[in-house]
Design a protein around this ligand. Structure first.
Ligand SMILES: Nc1ncnc2c1ncn2[C@@H]1O[C@H](COP(=O)(O)OP(=O)(O)O)[C@@H](O)[C@H]1O
Ligand SMILES: [Mg+2]
Length: 374
């Protein structure tokens, strides 16, 4: 049987480095990624501005990938439709790890201003729309003068969306009271500028919720979960992602990853980013050693260790439990207020009228993967 990988015809003459690059750059647009992406897009579209979204999920689930996807698509669509190249509709920043265990606001403002190309800002743009000067009463620890520059830049540049990756770094402060200050600083940026802030981070981000009831109104959470093998659709989707990556492996023969799905799940706990990094390492080594396919031996060699995976799994299970608790509390609250009953009644009545608004088609979703390499 001819086992050659026909998909990669145009890579046959490519160098090893080009082949590595090809595989590393493949991004699978898998169902949980596209679902979370669409959820954020939808919320951004509907939002009146001034809101903060917290997108949290496991390490290696693909949060930074999602952050980049959002940043790239919004930037691209702006470039295609907009005449003012000086306007920056979306800015993104990976929050730096804290200095001496403490989040550094000055550094944050400098970085984000640099990201907005602040020195080149043409003060003439939108001069007429320049808002009244804010006289904010900020805490010195959050660098008020730099914050004001940022607020002005956001207004000049007509920035609508600010993305912050690794946002759990904001929590690296001494006490709960200080965490509150961190959130307040962001809330006031969102408030004064009308921009939407989307924060991406680990489940630690959920600590923001525990601190402030008021957070609720202006802040919304979005969960980016891993694949749960106990849910049939998710297990199928995970296996589909493996099959997709398999077809893109730039080696002479087909690699049989699909039959090792259980091992691949065990060490990735259903996080596509962990899976992909692992496969990247296998592909690199196979190419370096002139091997024809990815063998189970190679998979085992590059598998994250059980110790490491267990540590991640414990954090993730804790995070998922918090998400579940929060959902249950919400449901309990709605129960107590009679809102759950009310929505049941309205669903019944719309059913009678033949309007099954929220009801989904009974057939299973197609979990096809659209590959969209960079
Ligand atoms: N859908 C995907 N397809 C291909 N590679 C992915 C995908 N999601 C994540 N990765 C890769 O996995 C690695 C970890 O993903 P990342 O987005 O950094 O995870 P997180 O930010 O949640 O920790 C990165 O190298 C990234 O390119
Ligand atoms: Mg990340």
């Amino acid at each position: 049987m001819n086992n050659s990988n026909t998909f990669l015809i145009d890579l046959n003459d490519a160098s090893i480095e080009e082949k590595k690059k090809y595989f590393i750059e493949r991004t699978a647009n898998h169902p949980l990624l596209s679902k979370t992406y669409l959820e954020i897009r939808e919320k951004i579209r509907e939002s009146a501005g001034g809101k903060i979204y917290l997108v949290y999920g496991p390490t290696g689930v693909g949060k930074s990938t999602l952050y980049n996807k959002l940043k790239n698509t919004v930037t691209k669509s702006h470039q295609m439709t907009n005449v003012h190249s000086s306007l920056i509709p979306i800015v993104g920043l990976e929050l730096p790890a804290p200095d001496n265990g403490k989040f550094n606001w000055k550094d944050f403002y400098r970085r984000i201003l640099r990201e907005m190309n602040e020195p080149l800002i043409d003060k003439k743009i939108k001069k007429d729309h320049h808002p009244k000067k804010f006289i904010p009463n900020y805490l010195p620890s959050t660098a008020p003068e730099l914050r004001e520059s940022l607020e002005n830049s956001i207004i000049y540049r007509e920035t609508k969306i600010i993305l912050l990756d690794e946002a759990q770094h904001l929590l690296k402060v001494a006490s709960g009271k200080n965490i509150q200050d961190q959130m307040d600083a962001l809330k006031s940026i969102a408030n004064l500028t009308g921009a939407i802030i989307v924060m991406f981070g680990t489940y630690e981000l959920m600590d923001f919720f525990d601190l402030n009831g008021q957070l609720g109104r202006r802040t919304e959470e979005i969960h980016f979960p891993r694949y749960n093998i106990n849910v049939k659709e998710e297990a199928d989707a995970f296996i589909n992602v493996i099959a997709t990556f398999q077809t893109h492996i730039p080696l002479k023969n087909n690699s049989d990853l699909s039959s090792h799905w259980e091992f691949l799940y065990e060490r990735s706990i259903g996080c596509i980013g962990i899976l992909k990094e692992w496969l990247d390492n296998c592909v690199k080594e196979a190419l370096n050693n002139n091997e024809n396919s990815i063998t189970i031996k190679l998979l085992e060699k590059h598998a994250p260790t059980p110790k490491k995976v267990l540590k991640i799994a414990n954090e993730v299970l804790d995070g998922e439990k918090n998400v579940k608790d929060m959902e249950n509390q919400r449901s309990l609250l709605r129960d107590k207020l009679g809102l759950n009953k009310l929505s049941k009644v309205s669903a019944e009545s719309s059913k009678k009228k033949g309007k099954d608004v929220g009801k989904r088609n009974p057939t299973r979703d197609i979990v096809g993967i659209v590959e969209d390499g960079a």
